[in-house]
Ligand binder design. Sequence first.
Ligand code: AMP
Length: 114
Amino acid sequence: MAQKTVFKKIIDREIPAKIVYEDDLCLAFEDIHPQAPTHLIVIPKREIPSVDGVAEGDAALVGHLFVAIRKIAAKMGLSGGYRVVANCGRDAGQEVMHLHFHLLAGRKLTWPPG
Ligand code: AMP
């Protein structure tokens, strides 16, 4: 059997995480190496390796993740704005092969990113 990713272990409660939001389909928790005052990771509970692995049948799930992001941002009072990032593949620096969105806020975020 393939090794579980660190995010699957968080879903299965095998390792701890500071979970800030959960519903039937997704989970959001604090990034262990925050790059901004608010840095959350939002993941589907279903295992999809990356944006490159998103299929037609995942469209509703991906939409659900964005609705969750909007709810989390509202709950956390991120009225000044926030950034949603998905690293896909080696050149983008993806480390964990479980689809995830970074939600960054709490400081002025520069553009272009590095
Ligand atoms: P990426 O480079 O897009 O794959 O980002 C993976 C992110 O997961 C990085 O920002 C890591 O700091 C974060 N991360 C890795 N392990 C954990 C963990 N156990 N709990 C929370 N965040 C983690």
